[in-house]
Design a protein around this ligand. Sequence first.
Ligand code: SAM
Length: 287
Amino acid sequence: MMQIEECLKKIGDDIWFTEVDRNNLKIDYRIKEIIYQGNSPIQQIMILDSYDFGPMLVLDDAIQTTSNDGYIYNEMIAHVPLNIHPNPKNVLIIGGGDCGAAREVTKYPNVERIDMVEIDEMVVQTCRKYLPKVSGKLSDPRVNFIFEDGTAFVKEQRDYLYDVVIIDSSDPVGPAVKLFELEFYKDIYSNLREDGLMVCQSESPIFYSEMMVKIHKNLNSLFPIVKTYMATVPTYPGGFWTFTMGSKKYWKPNPEKFDKDTKYINKEILESCFILPKFIEKLLDDN
Ligand code: SAM
């Protein structure tokens, strides 16, 4: 992590935020205002109001979501699995502190329980206060906020299983590293009903192709069906972003059933998001 003076610089009258990715790539965003800056026991949290993307959540110097493009990621990580599963009742979200994914899940009246397991309560509080466009100030009674490490939660015994699990994690650094390990996916598998399915964000196919391939391999060793899909998220490095689904039974989107109020996903995107560019197909086939 960089010192705050390194990632936030005043140049003339302007403030610029620099996101550094693996020391190889720097992206600068012009900032109108530092809305919030604080430290939780887990990480550094900032809400920066940017010119092009509006208020954005930054954790340990990495942009997590923004008011003007966060809906793309949140809609894709939530609606694809909820459309593929014919009757999701119990949904588990791991991470997702900005509440955007949970907000999309609440659009399904048949879902009865939404357990959201986030390691950092301060991220949720901060986003509900300063990032209303993403969090929607989420207050649906079906959402149970559980503030603990997702890897510990999935090891606990419960008297119910999940239909859909959404792993909305930050990048594989710090507390999120374990959310990309085989052991964690095994526990997720055990928490799913016999026809359940999971989806995780599986990183950039350009800058983190090794991680995307590792996730695919890990899920392939557990689930009979593993499929990767894509969306373009401007504030994630390279724009291209992948999601990977591990499913015990269902794999087909049901676009004819899709009737949600969304800004990005529609019936056509649901139907086509599993079509991958050749280089991604090759990366996944070769490994
Ligand atoms: N859409 C975002 C992205 O791809 O960068 C991620 C959104 S969300 C803000 C990620 C959340 O995962 C963070 O709030 C972080 O605190 C949480 N997180 C990280 N490690 C975790 C863990 N082990 N258990 C539960 N939540 C975790």
